[in-house]
Design a binder for this molecule. Sequence first.
Ligand code: TMP
Length: 209
Amino acid sequence: MSKGKFITIEGSEGSGKSTNIHFIQEYLSKKNIEFISTREPGGTPVAEKIRDLLLDKANSSLCDDAELLLMFAARSQHLNELIIPALDAGKWVLSDRFTDASFAYQGGGRGLSWDKISQLEQWVQGSLRPDATILLDIPVDIGMERVHQRGETDRFEQEQLSFFNRIREAYLKLAKENPERFHIIDTQPSIEDVRKQLATVMEKLMVQV
Ligand code: TMP
């Protein structure tokens, strides 16, 4: 049996991940592709507990290294319990965030060394990398305005604009360094336009099946 495809969705806060993931799910269903949809940090009961810890505003004393290590602890559980078995069973896996988020948030945002993150990536994932990564891009001020309109914010969303500017820059740097894997979607135009961009990317991925 051939392996499923591993697709990750990334983006800074307020980039419309939920709506666009919903569109991708509908697209895959219409094409009769068997897939699972999951998220990081989280995706399994244990990893979701780690997520609660990471997003809880009460944990303001969490240090940057601990934050990074918890992201990878959750990822290890997620990979072994859910992602790898699904891919081995021939299913596609759609993940709302993955390791690029660690490079963008902990590397770009918090300023941790990329080398440290690469070492953890190698340890936890071996050679496994996403087949494709869809980066939903939005200027930081517009994205953060959307987040604050939604109301309640988590431990990350409370950070300053400069933190999110560094994250966006890191994502764009990752996309530039990995042009064969990344697909940047400009989420500023109308929903119809964004969907057209997404459909074009999905069509390309289907051809590569
Ligand atoms: P989200 O569900 O809104 O994307 O929330 C997850 C938060 O966790 C988001 O602020 C990004 C952050 N995050 C990291 O900082 N590093 C990571 O490796 C991952 C997967 C997420």
